[in-house]
Design a protein around this ligand. Sequence first.
Ligand code: SAM
Length: 177
Amino acid sequence: MSYKPETVQPVEGYRDADREELVQLLLMLREELNDAAPFEDVVTDKYGALLQGDLGQFMTPTAVSNAVSGFLGAAGEKGKKRAEPTCGTGALIMGDLRHTYAVGGKDGISHVDYSINDLDQRLVRIATVQVMYHSIRHEAPLKRLVAHNADLIRNYNSSPPFFVATSWRGMLPGQMI
Ligand SMILES: C[S@@+](CC[C@H](N)C(=O)[O-])C[C@H]1O[C@@H](n2cnc3c(N)ncnc32)[C@H](O)[C@@H]1O
């Protein structure tokens, strides 16, 4: 994988030790991600196994999210505009996108406009990276991905997005907010 240094954005809220841990985690995941099917979630089961139940955080196992997406997909045509207000690591989003890709390919993905959110900034960032990694790797841009980090009970609809991509091809620093 390569990147343009001028497009790199600073990541706020992490200590140096956290960043080192993240780099180690990314290196460990890289091989698995390389072998993954388009929009296959290789993160949630690992992350979910480490959770202690704080903040009501437990992630939907990948097998369940894939089954839910298949079940809902079979129920009929879904809207293009989708939202996951408590996304965690993105289990349900990834199951949904995996199913969308399996049924409609890149064209299906290109119509999807997703708004995602979680109270926990670490989790919504993981979900964002998961979606964008697969979108870039498989050259399947979404119509739009908007990520929020809001408490839906206390600041519903008042938190600006911290990440917006209307197309990964056009994702430049000015569009990272
Ligand atoms: C049970 S987990 C489910 C995560 C994901 N939807 C899944 O299926 O794997 C619930 C998520 O809601 C988030 N959450 C809890 N309270 C919230 C709130 N008031 N506003 C936004 N997110 C919240 C937690 O951080 C957690 O990631």
